[in-house]
Design a protein. Structure first.
Length: 196
């Protein structure tokens, strides 16, 4: 009888050990499959993002889109230069903030208007005309461009009969945003010597 009890206990022990080992193996396999599923889902998400980015790039490479993008860059540059440099007598630079807001990035807008005060009035009328916009050949893969704009400034000072005409150029850094092309920086240089 003792032998039967010992045999029964040994068989029961082996059976319990077998069940524990089997369940641990099952849990390990289940965890490995869960990890594999999670990594495949992450890979699928990355592939979807890559696919979306590449399809947008393909769309941007069509001839009509390219000409539209070039046109947008030119129009944005011309509108920015006119808004930035044309001034009326007795107005301040701060008054331009509303007009320039949709044309520039948020960072550049902050650098233009954050510290400016609304007290410096101009004593001249400044007009911009004869704008010429130059930039590299459009490439759909690029999200930023350096655009050069050459224009004539006409400065009429109150009380003086002399009208000053100046050839001026600016370099605009345009970047592609979710809202289209926006100006991110400006560098100005005169093509003629200063002096009145």
């Amino acid at each position: 009888m003792k032998l039967k009890v010992i045999t029964f206990l040994i068989v029961t022990l082996f059976l319990v050990i077998g069940i524990v080992i089997g369940s641990q193996l099952y849990k390990g396999q289940l965890k490995a499959k869960d990890n594999k599923i999670e990594s495949l889902q992450q890979e699928q998400s990355e592939l979807k993002n890559t696919n979306q980015r590449l399809s947008e790039l393909v769309k941007r490479q069509s001839k009509t889109v390219i000409s539209d993008e070039e046109k947008q860059i030119r129009e944005k540059a011309e509108l920015f230069v006119k808004s930035m440099f044309e001034m009326k007598r007795d107005t301040s630079f701060k008054s331009k903030s509303k007009d320039l807001k949709p044309l520039v990035t948020d960072d550049y807008y902050s650098s233009l208007f954050e510290d400016s005060k609304d007290k410096y009035n101009l004593y001249d009328d400044i007009f911009v005309n004869d704008l010429h916009v130059y930039f590299d050949v459009y490439n759909p893969k690029k999200d930023s461009y350096r655009v050069f704009v050459q224009f004539d400034e006409r400065i009429e000072t109150e009380g003086q009969e002399k009208i000053e005409n100046r050839k001026t150029s600016v370099q605009l850094d345009l970047v592609r945003t979710g809202d289209g092309w926006k100006v991110d920086n400006l560098a100005r240089f005169n093509l003629q010597r200063n002096g009145r």
